[in-house]
Write a protein that binds this ligand. Sequence first.
Ligand SMILES: *Cc1c(COP(=O)(O)O)cnc(C)c1O
Length: 349
Amino acid sequence: MIVDLRSDTVTQPSPAMREAIASAKVGDDVYGDDPTVNLLEEKIAHLFGKDAAVFTPTGSLANQLGIRTLVKPGEELICEANSHIVRAELGAAATFSGITTRTWTDPHGKISANRAIDIARPSSGPYLVSTTAVAVENTHNFGGGTIQDISEIKALREWSEPLGVKLHLDGARIWNAHVSSGVSLAEYGRYFDTLSVCLSKGLGAPIGSLMISDKERVAEARVWRKRYGGGMRQVGIIAAAGLFALENNISRLAEDHRRAKNLADACHEVAPNVIDPERVSTNIVGLELLGANISAAEFVTQARAEGVWMAALGPTYVRMVTHLDVDDSGIEFAKKVLRDLLQRAFVSK
Ligand SMILES: *Cc1c(COP(=O)(O)O)cnc(C)c1O
């Protein structure tokens, strides 16, 4: 048996999703002619209470299109230090948009508005870099699937709006936040000028993300998408998978969350310090192996040899992600392998 917990991006399109792909009506999307893409963009914009959205091949591109419409070259975007935008997009904001970034740190990526406000320097004049936008990641990936408090998001908006500072949401896993917190997608949408969302993570589509905003920003983003080489043709074939995912795969994320909690509980039982199950509220389980007799990389290698695949994201940090291709029997199998490994790594030194 192989249980692949490396990421929620590893899912295979189901037979029903493949059927939706096969029967999609398509057209040339660079000409705006693809009815399936147009429908997906309209639906997603509507879900988040916005006017428009643009389909992109990746979440990184959706993030980059969002922030480049908010921040001019030489201006500053601030975000939490472990955000995907500053750690996993390979310097794209600097490389493509001339955007400088500065970060604050919050435990487990759970943002506090005050820490952001403390480092922000809006309208700094001729001496200091001016902060023109703040990016918030929800759920926070490297933080361990952390859901952001809506009260902190609200506080950030109340501070930023009068100053003209813009807010971007990296919502690659906003679906997980929504299902777990009960906060509506429209409520999340209300506080942000631009949002990115992924269909290719927990929702199980093979490809696809969107940048959501007002009509002007989305029109500008379309120009930049084409300039970056991201203008796609009969891409309704992929948007159809996204529409299928929206209809069928949102509420079931609760199962992924339950399974992640189950995994976390099992790990906590053997090695209490590796994880606090109380913090596992979505589909990500991060194990902190500080004090173990093996590294995260060795832990991952040993787990893989037993058929359980996970990711070492730091010298002592291992991440597991539940998703729609892992069922309860997969979780039971993974728990057994993890109990043995943790026992060896901590208890029987
Ligand atoms: C996956 C992810 C993205 C986008 O990743 P792509 O691989 O470019 O689609 C953006 N933000 C977060 C937090 C993510 O986890």
